[in-house]
Design a protein around this ligand. Structure first.
Ligand code: T6T
Length: 323
């Protein structure tokens, strides 16, 4: 009798799942910070893997530069097409609140990946940008602190360093700088953090800024590149000035262009985010919400530090971003 009830229940559950599956042909839009960045390309790979597992569609649509003025019309067009949910890396924590509210007002659930709007603490009843359902990302303050510790170790706990960063107003890179400076202030009194150089996500500008900082501070000991283009540019600047021996470069992000510079000794360590995980769990979270499950307010993904000691290891390859 017991078994009969058990198997009847099992069949009923299976039946429900079968029926549900037929109805759940969802389309989720994934709007990256920009389309031509190995970080977001890798995120999309993770998102597509989840979509395939679930039998749903993920459309990757974004602007060619990391800029809220360019991201807003892309988002408006996405809203116009009426996807079932939007996963987005908002390019400014304040300026993208109103454009995203248009999605929420149209009844489209919003989940932010990588970056956040407002204070990044959603669904707590506070702030103008409280409406996204979830935030899936690296712990960027913690990552900034990690970068500072690696920098301090490489330069022997003393000297001048600076942060090469994109522009204020981006949650991720703001938090990396915040974490980096907090760790230095708390634990490394003999390290002086010079004024941040903002490069507008332009690696060439980041490279020329290194030259200018070097001209003013011939004893500069290190640069923290707070994202892919900042780090790439900082490394190129150090290389053009023939300063690879004297200047430590700690990179946030790990495309092959940066990882190759670890082997050559130009970059001392890269803090690899796990963008594929962000994409995968972003899609899973959207799917859970769309099928009536409760979802976590935030999901933190990890880091892998790549340096000369492990760069050739087989199990490191999966953390190098796809291009
Ligand atoms: O560092 C990533 C991302 O986390 C950040 O929000 C913007 O820059 C990158 O896409 C790298 O270019």
């Amino acid at each position: 009798m017991k078994n009969l009830i058990g198997s009847t229940l099992f069949a009923a559950v299976l039946g429900m799942a079968g029926a549900a599956q037929a109805e759940e042909d969802f389309t989720i839009a994934l709007v990256p910070g920009l389309t031509t960045d190995a970080f977001y390309i890798t995120m999309n790979r993770g998102a597509q893997a989840a979509a395939e597992a679930l039998g749903i569609t993920v459309d990757f649509q974004g602007a060619e530069e990391f800029d809220p003025v360019l991201q807003t019309p892309v988002l408006d067009a996405v809203i116009g097409r009426g996807p079932d949910a939007i996963l987005i890396a908002p390019t400014d924590s304040t300026q993208m609140i109103e454009p995203l509210r248009r999605a929420a007002d149209a009844g489209i659930p919003v989940i932010t990946v990588d970056t956040f709007i407002d204070d990044g603490k959603y669904q707590d009843g506070g702030g103008d940008g409280d409406f996204p359902l979830s935030y899936i990302a690296s712990d960027n303050i913690g990552g900034g602190r990690m970068a500072a510790r690696h920098m301090a170790e490489e330069i022997g706990g003393k000297g001048k360093v600076y942060v090469s960063n994109v522009r204020p107003g981006i949650s991720t890179t703001d938090q990396r700088e915040e974490g980096f400076k907090a760790e230095m202030a708390e634990n490394y009194p003999d390290i002086e953090v010079l004024e941040t150089q903002y490069n507008e996500n332009d690696a060439s500008l980041a490279a020329s800024q290194f030259q200018a900082v070097l001209a003013r501070n011939p004893d500069i000991a290190g640069v923290f590149g707070a994202n892919l283009f900042s780090a790439l540019g900082a490394g190129n600047g150090v290389e053009s000035a023939s300063k690879a021996e004297d200047v430590t470069v700690i990179a946030f992000d790990a495309p092959s262009s940066i990882v190759n510079n670890i082997s050559s000794g130009l970059v001392d360590a890269a803090i690899a985010q796990h963008p594929a995980e962000i994409g995968y769990y972003g899609v899973m979270t959207a799917y859970a919400a769309l099928t009536g499950q409760s979802v976590p307010i935030s999901i933190g993904t990890g880091f892998t530090v790549i340096n000369a000691e492990n760069v050739e290891d087989d199990d490191i390859a999966k953390f190098i971003y796809a291009e």
